[in-house]
Design a protein around this ligand. Structure first.
Ligand code: ADP
Length: 238
């Protein structure tokens, strides 16, 4: 069944705005730019790639992000793009090197800043693109903080039962991408525990109706096929 949801809608007008009356009018595509300029909330239609570290979210996200109409944003990549000598860079290393999550307010703030920058550069066009998120929201508190920003259309849970495979992937990536967090077994173990304790409950938060569980023990092209088959099935009804 077709789901009718607003792509964009304003939450509040600036206090000084003399155009406040217009904010009660329904949003339409033609007034998006005006709304953005007036500092209103943009709601992003989003797909979430979900799964434990090493389940292949990044691999799939990068491929999906190459398809017109999909914009991929990996929260870990946003963090890693920050200069490690900056205050934030140091803060990130402090948590990630121990396998812990970065505090929620810092995470959401930096993520929002990055998404806005990508919109301003014209790389991400929220009026037409699906935002493919990987690594965020990573706990229920973040999901709640993003509730009014994300219109979550679907959640792909990449489920990798073969833990040996996961460890191998993480170690290979650590060497290739110089990822300190996955060089040591203790940190990998901690990251998996944090996933079970803090991240997995996000699945319950969104509920089964939005989730497709995908076997990510399969080779990447088969995981991609499963994701795309699913996207095809439900976008046909939109
Ligand atoms: P993976 O792809 O292996 O799941 P990420 O690259 O997404 O790992 O994340 C690496 C590290 O960055 C995490 O262990 C955590 O310290 C930090 N991080 C990434 N995303 C978030 C988030 N949404 N909230 C808090 N910390 C995060």
């Amino acid at each position: 069944m077709a789901r009718e949801r607003p792509e964009f809608y304003p939450i509040e007008a600036p206090a000084s705005s003399t155009r406040k009356a217009s904010f009660s009018e329904p949003a339409s595509r033609s007034c998006l730019i005006v709304q953005n300029r007036l500092n209103c909330l943009v709601v992003y239609k989003s797909l979430l790639l979900f799964g434990a570290p090493g389940s292949g979210k990044g691999t799939q996200g990068k491929i999906l992000g190459k398809i017109p109409g999909f914009y991929h944003c990996a929260c870990g990549d946003v963090f890693r793009s920050v200069d490690v000598r900056s205050d934030f860079g140091k803060e990130f290393l402090k948590y990630s090197s121990k396998g812990q999550l970065v505090p929620d307010d810092i995470t959401i703030g930096l993520w929002a800043h990055q998404i806005e920058a990508m919109q301003n550069l014209g790389r991400f066009k929220p009026e037409s693109d699906y935002l493919v998120l990987d690594g965020i929201p990573r706990n229920v508190a973040q999901a709640k903080m993003l509730k009014s920003t994300l219109d979550v259309r679907h959640v792909f849970h990449l489920d990798c039962a073969d833990k040996v495979k996961v460890y191998e992937r993480l170690k290979r990536r650590a060497l290739k991408e110089n990822r300190l967090d996955d060089i040591n077994d203790e940190v990998i173990e901690k990251r998996q525990k944090v996933y079970q304790l803090e991240t997995a409950p996000v699945l319950d938060y969104y509920g089964e109706a939005l989730i497709t569980h995908i076997n990510s023990d399969q080779p990447p092209f088969q995981v991609l096929r499963d994701i795309l088959n699913d996207v095809t099935a439900w976008t046909d009804h939109e």
